[in-house]
Write a protein that binds this ligand. Sequence first.
Ligand SMILES: C[S@@+](CC[C@H](N)C(=O)[O-])C[C@H]1O[C@@H](n2cnc3c(N)ncnc32)[C@H](O)[C@@H]1O
Length: 187
Amino acid sequence: IAPLVDDFTTALDLPPAARNRPVVGFFPGSTIGNFRPDEATAFLTSARKLLGEGAAFLVGIDLIKAPEILIAAYDDAQGVTAAFNMNLLTRMNRELDATFDLAAFRHLAVWNPDEGRIEMHLESQAEQTVRVAGRTFRFAAGERLHTENCHKFTLAGFEALARPAGWRIETVWQWPDPAFAMVLLHA
Ligand SMILES: C[S@@+](CC[C@H](N)C(=O)[O-])C[C@H]1O[C@@H](n2cnc3c(N)ncnc32)[C@H](O)[C@@H]1O
């Protein structure tokens, strides 16, 4: 295993230990779901270029399942995901000299069936004004910041992203519950 520490949207070179050897890329955790479909295909195209002729690519994809299961995963009872989402406001306060009142926003996980994705939002609980990096932003009560997308896949939908990027599906390992798949692609 040769780890590649880089921005995976712009990585251009394999680590030296992996050059001139059979290459298997590993991209777990359904991180691919954080891309829009056009970005996912662009990523798979650049991964095809990076990994090279004859390479394999093992990609984890979270599969479409009942919205109540997905929402419970992104709005968990312990509030872990809510804290993760709210941390964006904490970071803006710290790093962009912002004035967000964390108690005046709440975390929302929304299933968007048209786009096949969970969206994370932060919803303003009142009419308010916030300063960020020297600029002023006004929020109405109920107005939302859209902070993250987590696309969910069918195997056919994933194949439609991977094929134009130069990959064919070789093997699929699928778990029924929670529905998740590891897909082995071949260049
Ligand atoms: C959904 S998490 C998955 C983490 C891990 N694969 C797992 O299964 O637990 C996505 C990870 O990708 C990292 N990440 C996001 N954008 C990145 C980029 N452009 N380059 C490299 N890593 C990135 C994030 O920091 C985060 O650790």
